[in-house]
Write a protein that binds this ligand. Structure first.
Ligand SMILES: CC(C)(COP(=O)(O)OP(=O)(O)OC[C@H]1O[C@@H](n2cnc3c(N)ncnc32)[C@H](O)[C@@H]1OP(=O)(O)O)[C@@H](O)C(=O)NCCC(=O)NCCS
Length: 139
């Protein structure tokens, strides 16, 4: 699913398909040790995923690696994933959640804004000449 996401939506992520397609089994296993991953299923088919990790700010969590299969978009799957990872963070007693969204990804930013996230004002270059914006919300 991660490789499908990187291949399908390269504009949305800091990493690339070319970088991760070479990961070996040990590296993939390592990738699932430091985060929680929720997958969304429709009729038993996995159609999307999101991850939650420790944030950089003390007491905060971060939402990363959000992706929904294009065939299942605009049906509220993304919304369920955002709400689910926020519930996980609340359950772990995190007080705030952060995420990064690329400047070209207006659809994802709307999804996050609808769920209470606002831009913090922090930006970073995700690719030469392309910025991503940090968003956050209190939990
Ligand atoms: C961003 C992304 C996760 C959204 O997933 P999604 O499942 O389509 O999200 P939702 O269905 O909850 O919301 C998307 C839109 O569908 C609308 N929608 C939700 N349910 C709907 C329904 N039943 N009928 C019609 N529209 C609906 C929402 O209002 C929203 O509209 P908007 O784009 O005008 O704001 C998805 O587009 C994606 O994977 N993009 C590529 C990867 C990516 O950008 N990841 C985020 C990295 S930060």
């Amino acid at each position: 699913m991660r490789l499908a996401a990187l291949e399908e939506a390269p504009y949305a992520f800091g990493s690339t398909y070319q970088r991760e397609v070479g990961f070996d089994g040990a590296r993939w296993r390592w990738c699932v040790t430091d985060r929680v991953i929720y997958v969304a299923e429709v009729d038993g088919v996995v159609v999307g995923a999101v991850s939650g990790v420790d944030g950089e700010v003390n007491g905060s969590a971060a939402m990363i690696a959000m992706w929904v299969d294009p065939r299942f978009r605009r049906q509220g799957v993304g919304d369920v994933l955002v709400k689910t990872v926020m519930e996980w963070a609340r359950g772990k007693r995190y007080g705030q959640m952060f995420l990064w969204v690329t400047e070209v990804n207006a659809g994802a930013e709307r999804l996050y804004a609808r769920n209470g996230f606002v831009r913090t004002g922090a930006t970073q270059e995700v690719r030469p000449g392309e910025l991503e914006h940090e968003m956050s919300r209190l939990l």
